[in-house]
Design a protein around this ligand. Structure first.
Ligand code: FAD
Length: 414
């Protein structure tokens, strides 16, 4: 019998000497931070799910162009590859004075200590009375459920189901998400009309918008220019035959209807809620400085004002440059650029090096799909509408996702 080899011991964890960095929420900064901090810190990533949904791609779940698998980023894989730890749960409180935070997990509450913290929890869906009677933009699975439901409505209509409002489709919320949803919804209806033989003219689409213009949330530059962009989007949406009810507010959803603030009632079997996002309430209760909408106030290096060890980024942060608070539009194109800066600055905090500033792009590329494979894109003063805008949007999505998981380019272009 040959000599037996001694069993291999697992590599020794060096966590004792390494500082602990907690990623509270795994938005656009998480993967950058995991990669930058590999071997430099004990990293704990906290997120409710072991994956991240690329919300910019998620509206296309409704039309069935993208699958759930395609829009998901495998967070857990990145955590393991980079030697980090994962806590599945939601942060419910930060105690900056003692450098701890509270996480609600399935097994109960946990308190974790950090040396450095990155807050990247994004924003959560604004709620409304009767929201359970509507499909919502989050979680992404809801859009898949909506797709199944809408297909079913068309099939029922083809079988002669007389239910009132069976082919009436309402999207509440005329921001960029609601507008995109309406475009995707139309495309799905177009497909189902061809499948069932029911003419599209028998369907009705209503986009309810609290504001006068569509997609104003991504307004970045001067007013005139934004109105031009909104009008271009509106033209695209109207061409589909969609009714736009502007300056109109939804009060509540019912099991078969939408009630408006002005007393009107709209009968519709399909109701989608895209009425905006808000910063989680608990952030305002941590004793950290917050802006008027509850976002954490950060300096140009993404460090929470008055705090040496906490960074924040993305949708849950507003900027204070000097004495002024600046609110960047809450869109992914800004968050995605803040990620690498936040990651570098965490590393620099650990090493005691000076932090690097984040400089928002002067003009961001924004693009809203408006159905029929058409999109309206804007970069600075340049606005264009057409199929090539959709191709460009998909190209950016593909370039971003291929850096995070194996993807086939064919899945992105339609
Ligand atoms: C449906 C939809 C479509 C969009 N389309 C576009 C688009 O086309 N282009 C564009 O530029 N922008 C778009 N946006 C906006 C864009 O998605 C956001 O601006 C961007 O995701 C913000 O990034 P973030 O890193 O701040 O947070 P997020 O990407 O929102 O990530 C936050 C993460 O934190 C987790 N989390 C939340 N709360 C907690 C908690 N308490 N504890 C722990 N983890 C938590 C969440 O599960 C999530 O994984 C869209 C948004 C939505 C909802």
């Amino acid at each position: 019998m040959g000599r037996q080899r001694p069993p291999r011991l697992p590599p020794r964890k060096m966590t004792g000497s390494l500082p602990t960095v907690i990623l509270a929420g795994c938005g656009y900064g998480a993967i950058d931070a995991l990669r930058a901090l590999k071997g430099q810190a004990r990293v704990i990533a906290i997120n409710p799910y072991p994956y991240i949904v690329n919300s910019g791609m998620s509206t296309r779940l409704l039309s069935g162009r993208f699958s759930l698998d395609l829009v998901r980023i495998p967070l857990l894989e990145h955590i393991h590859t980079n030697g980090a730890e994962y806590v599945q749960g939601r942060v419910t409180q930060i105690q900056p004075e003692v450098q701890t935070l509270t996480v609600q997990t399935e097994l109960g509450r946990r308190r974790l200590a950090y040396d450095y913290l990155l807050v990247n929890v994004g924003r959560e869906l604004r709620t409304i009375a009767g929201i359970h009677h509507a499909f919502t933009i989050r979680p992404a699975e809801q859009l898949l459920a909506a797709q199944t439901w809408i297909r079913d409505c068309w099939r029922r209509a083809a079988q002669g189901d007389p239910t009132p409002g069976l082919l009436t489709f309402v999207v509440a919320g005329g921001g960029c998400t609601g507008t995109e949803l309406m475009g995707e919804l139309y495309d799905l209806c177009q497909e189902m009309s061809a499948t069932t033989g029911i003419p599209l003219t028998q369907a009705r689409w209503v986009l309810i918008n609290r504001n006068r213009y569509l997609a104003t949330g991504i307004a970045v530059e001067k007013e005139g220019q934004n109105n031009r962009f909104s009008r271009c989007i509106e033209t695209g949406i109207r061409r589909l035959g969609v009714e736009i009810w502007a300056e109109c507010q939804v009060k509540a959803f019912g099991p078969e209807q939408v009630w408006l603030e002005d007393g009107r009632e709209l009968l519709a079997q399909t109701r989608l809620w895209a009425g905006g996002l808000q910063v989680p309430q608990w952030l305002s209760e941590c004793g950290l400085p917050v802006g008027p909408e509850g976002s954490l106030i950060v300096d140009e290096c993404l460090r929470v004002k008055g705090s040496e060890r906490i960074l924040a980024m993305g949708d849950c942060a507003d900027f204070a440059w000097g004495s002024q608070t600046r609110r960047l539009p809450k869109i992914g194109v800004y968050a995605v650029r803040q990620g690498p800066i936040a990651a570098q600055n965490l590393l620099r905090l650990i090493r005691g090096q000076p932090l690097i500033p984040y400089r928002p792009q002067a003009t961001a590329f924004v693009c809203v799909t408006v159905g029929n494979r058409i999109a309206v894109a804007k970069k600075g003063w340049f606005i264009w509408r057409g199929y090539w805008a959709t191709v460009l949007k998909n190209l950016f999505d593909w370039l971003y996702m291929r850096n995070l998981k194996p993807v086939r380019w064919r899945e992105f272009f339609y």
